[in-house]
Ligand binder design. Sequence first.
Ligand code: PMP
Length: 407
Amino acid sequence: MNFTNKTFKDFENIPEMDINERSEIFTEYLSYVKYDDQQTYRVIATSGCNSKIKLKSQFGDEFISYVSNDYLGFTQHPQVKKAAIEGILKYGTGAGASPLIGGFFDYHNLLEEKIASFFGYSSDSSVIFTTGYTANSASLQALLQKEDVAILDSGVHTSVHEGCILTNKKTFPHNNIEALERILQQYQNKFRTKMVVVDGIYSQDGDTAPLKEILTLCRKYGAYLMVDDAHGIGVTGNTGRGVLERDNIIKEVDFITGTFSKSFGNIGGFVICSPKNAKFLKFQSKQQIFSATAGASTLGIVKAIELIDQEPQWLKNLQENIRYFNNGLKKIGIELGERESAIFPIKIGDDIKTLYISKELMKKGIYTNPILYPAVSRGDSRIRMSLSAVHTKQEMDYTLSTLSELI
Ligand code: PMP
């Protein structure tokens, strides 16, 4: 096969090849693009998670990292670690079964209560899942069937698309309110249930959804609204409740989904909704019946939720870092506009140049993610950087001056 101009996406399916043949050709493709040598993905980290990381790399072993979504630095917070360890010592490592058939412990119950009350909801308004991915995919699969339609912003996460395999799906251009309204008008008497699904903050561009306007449209046309705020919770809003807090609509959205793998520093996901919808999901979502959730290290998440309120300095540091880094980028000619998110897309455009810059940054001890097509559109390649509360000014200054020499 000629590998010129091929991307990962071209290997997703090749009609004439079976599994083994596809795996073989894909392995050849990886060595053609020297994928592993580029040291960009599936790099083996040996310690640390947020701003400082140790890696097995040809460019050195210690880096300032901008690849993690550990926004508040809680993966390393002593109290979070202690709570997780104490949980494991008390209960053991795993839950042993799926929630509906014996794998639901008091710590799971506590987490459901905590995350619901974090958003000001009653304790029976939440459901926890194994990951943020399944919180989206499993809940949508349970909620929407062939009589219904999901109307998705084109930037939503893959897990949302996966949740829509049993239902009808329509995508509207990113943050385009007029296009959304046209679809809602067109579908007015067409489907049993209409569910609009958007992110609070989008994972690649780090931009924000106009949630108030979207909610107004949903109410006007009788659609439900689901907001996945995986990248907004613990990052924006005066008390870290995310984009919904900023827009003062936490209690008005029908379904809030999120992850425990970013600001809460652990693993897992959740859905917040009305108690009756929560009950439905607890019994009807396949993942609740057939798949286990995380074990007692879950107690680390409970502690992280408490710390967002008890130690507001982490959120304050993160928000200050976002302002500081954004101003610094502006000074070196990278204008991203006002930002609420910790995600910084440094747009380069050309794939080869993007890979080159990320490699040069590695050589200088700075670890970033080059993001290429098909993760973003062709010609929109970028270096993606995520900030955390624990990046220091010194680290950011060094990164900015290194970037300015390369761009
Ligand atoms: N939603 C969004 C917007 C995400 O970016 C991600 C993860 N990158 C997820 C959901 C899935 O979260 P998790 O890693 O917990 O599966």
